[in-house]
Ligand binder design. Structure first.
Ligand code: SF4
Length: 670
């Protein structure tokens, strides 16, 4: 039986946590989900850091973190704090510590909270494989106890709080040896510190389990919540995806990681880390929290008790589904990459424009192809346009998805070109119609896509199970009563699994499935990422459509980007870029853009751009290549976690990175 990590996977019911006071800001309990960010200036430059704190506070940031990489920076926190208060701001400040207990002991005197990384607070990372006996492990814990206790005791005396902030990729050798580089290891790393603090009667702690891979991150937070509930612990969670990068990709990754957990009721404070100026993080945080609040309110209106869905929330496995042929070369199903469907903006009323939109999008996005074009057929007069559209698209698009409520007469199926998928909405009493539609689709070589809600999935399960394998797709374009859209999909899949229906699932990010309807593209991007990300991480989803009113190319790109963000399908270079902080040794923002410009055409490579060698190598986790600040103006290059080139002048480093990618056989010409 899987451990329980949340109250409901179908509605948003917030996990009950203790209130931890961070200065005057309460985190956890019934407090609002708090927004936070981190300064990127050199901490010892008090004026610059103070200016960033003020800008963040004015942008609505409720908790501000500042790196304290050494004792001098920790000392500087005193002036920053004093001047920040003198300027009339009350937001609590947090010191970010890696490696140096002395810096933590200094910082705790000046700021309201201290963050420690259990992977490196008392351990030097050696990347060594060591065999720990039980006795050696116990000895290590004893050493940890000695190193961490002074900070706990001082925090207790001063009324400070602590964050035990685990990062995937910077786990101690001890943890790696026993638990591996896993979500389990991440959780145990934090619990070692929690137990030490509790042994001193200290409970003002917040936990985080960050990773750059949203799959790992989501599993780690779920496991942390489950383990805490097992151990009767109720510490609040700070959510974040590390090294998300910049732009839309970073927002997608953060929405997948943070948004999915918030929808499950986990998370008391969040940080969206972007390789951009930190104040740009706050509007994204605000949008994610607004969605969570809306879901929490909706969850209160109807009490629903549902059974567990079949996904294992702690370990990724793709749901087994039948294979369906969208064309000779393009299949969908569990053994295939998730397929991207695009809703046509022009539609059948202007089929020539619809064709042009697709061809233009293909010209602009060579790797991202429309694998299914969705159009609405609302009148019999549009049937001729449908035939023309299919013929004109020919092999450019494997299938045309026709959403229609018209009765299916054989005229619809006439014509040649792209394959037909008929999209129909079925209610609970539509059994006879489902049977008839399935028969006519089958007879005409078309696939039936059944759009269902929980009630219709329940009552039509037996009829659905009679449809031959490879002839049926399921979807849910709007949430069922009392459930959120993610929960609706989970319950629908459970019901169909019980009925042995293995039809592929099409995730439709529609306006009706959105928690908040908003005109901006960013909010549609966040909605699509939260819905699709949650389901893909559960192993659900064989087709996806982001049904925005934006251009075909935008919807297409968004579909592929969400799949890439959820690590479900890679079609472009993956970048892991640290958000930068006071340790950063070069301008991460402009360097990341330069590296992107040079390597953006590589399809299956992950490149990490990290500001420093202190934390960079540990935090770049599963990147193939690393570009890491080694010293001021000097770059070290990595293959995986191994440094291979040292002290390269920054001006040459991007080209040397390209040489290294070539040397390793991963380069292709643009
Ligand atoms: S990797 Fe980046 S964010 Fe992390 S400590 Fe180094 S410079 Fe700061």
């Amino acid at each position: 039986m899987p451990l329980a990590y949340c109250h409901s996977r179908h509605q948003t019911v917030r996990r009950l946590t203790r209130v931890v006071q961070v200065g005057n800001v309460g985190v956890g309990g019934s407090n609002p989900i708090r927004l936070q960010s981190m300064t990127t200036s050199d901490t010892e430059d008090v004026a610059a850091t103070l200016a960033q704190c003020i800008k963040l506070a004015e942008a609505g940031c409720e908790i501000i973190r500042i790196t304290a990489p050494n004792k001098a920076a920790a000392v500087a926190l005193k002036s920053i704090h004093q001047q920040f208060r003198a300027a009339g701001f009350s937001q609590p400040l947090v010191a970010d510590i890696h490696f140096l207990p002395q810096a933590a002991m200094e910082a705790v005197e000046h700021v309201e909270k201290v963050r420690v990384n259990p992977g490196n607070y008392a351990d030097k990372k050696k990347f060594a494989v060591l065999e720990y006996t039980d006795a050696a492990y116990a000895e290590e814990l004893e050493r940890l106890h000695e190193a961490f206790s002074p900070l706990v005791l001082r925090a207790k005396t001063l009324g400070r709080s602590l964050r035990i902030g685990t990062n995937h990729g910077s786990l101690s050798d001890r943890i790696m040896n026993r638990f591996g580089d896993t979500p389990h290891g991440m959780v145990e790393a934090a619990l070692e510190f929690v137990r030490i603090a509790e042994s001193h009667g200290f409970k003002d702690m917040i936990l985080s389990m960050k990773a750059s891979n949203p799959k790992v991150m989501i599993e780690a937070y779920r496991l942390a919540a489950a383990r805490m509930s097992e151990l009767k612990m109720d510490y609040p969670l700070h959510l974040g995806v590390t090294e998300a990068g910049e732009g839309e990709d970073a927002r997608i990754k953060s929405a997948i990681g943070i948004g999915s957990l918030l929808a499950d009721g986990l998370g008391d404070t969040i940080r969206v880390s972007l390789t951009e100026d930190p104040w740009y993080e706050i509007p994204v945080c605000r949008e994610l929290v607004a969605r969570a609040d809306k879901l929490i309110q909706s969850g209160k209106t109807v009490q629903v008790k549902l059974k567990d869905d079949p996904a294992d929330p702690f370990s990724y496995a793709r749901r087994i589904t039948d294979s369906i042929s969208l064309s000779e070369k393009c299949k969908a199903g569990a053994t295939e990459l998730p397929r991207v469907i695009v809703r046509s903006v022009a539609g059948l009323n202007n089929w020539q424009a619809a064709v042009k939109e697709v061809l233009d999008a293909h010209n602009q996005q060579r790797e991202a192809r429309v694998e299914g074009l969705l159009v609405q057929l609302t009148s019999a007069e549009q049937i001729t346009a449908l035939q023309s559209l299919r013929k004109a698209l020919g092999l450019a698009v494997p299938a045309v998805f026709v959403e229609t409520a018209l009765s299916l007469d054989s005229e619809i199926f006439k014509g040649e070109g792209s394959k037909l998928v008929i999209v129909r909405t079925f209610k609970a009493d539509h059994g006879a119609q489902l049977k008839a539609d399935s028969e006519i689709c089958n007879k005409n070589g078309a696939i039936l896509s059944a759009d269902l809600d929980v009630e219709s999935a329940k009552s039509l399960a037996s009829e659905l199970s009679k449809i031959p394998a490879g002839r049926l797709i399921i979807s849910s374009s709007q949430p069922s009563s009392g459930l959120h859209a993610i929960g609706t999909h989970r319950e629908m899949v459970r019901l169909l699994c019980e009925a042995k229906v293995q039809a592929p699932l099409w995730i439709r990010a529609t306006e009706a499935n959105a928690a908040i309807l908003d005109q901006g593209f960013q909010s549609r991007l966040l909605e699509a990422s939260i819905l699709a990300g949650s389901l893909l991480v559960d192993g659900y989803g064989d087709l996806i459509s982001c049904e925005t009113p934006d251009s075909t190319v935008k919807s297409l790109t968004l579909g592929y980007d969400v799949l890439q963000g959820a690590r479900a399908r890679q079609t472009k270079t993956e970048y892991v870029a640290c958000p930068s902080c006071g340790r950063t040794l070069f301008d991460i923002q402009s360097t990341t853009l330069k590296i992107k410009a040079r390597t953006g055409h590589l399809k299956s490579v992950t490149i990490a751009v990290m500001g420093c060698i202190v934390n960079g190598p540990g935090e770049m986790a599963d990147a193939d290549f690393g570009y890491v600040g080694g010293a001021p103006g000097k770059i070290n290059l990595y293959v995986g976690k191994t440094p291979v080139k040292f002290n390269i002048p920054q001006e040459e480093a991007v080209e040397r990175l390209v040489d290294l990618i070539k040397e390793k056989g991963k380069w292709v010409e643009a």
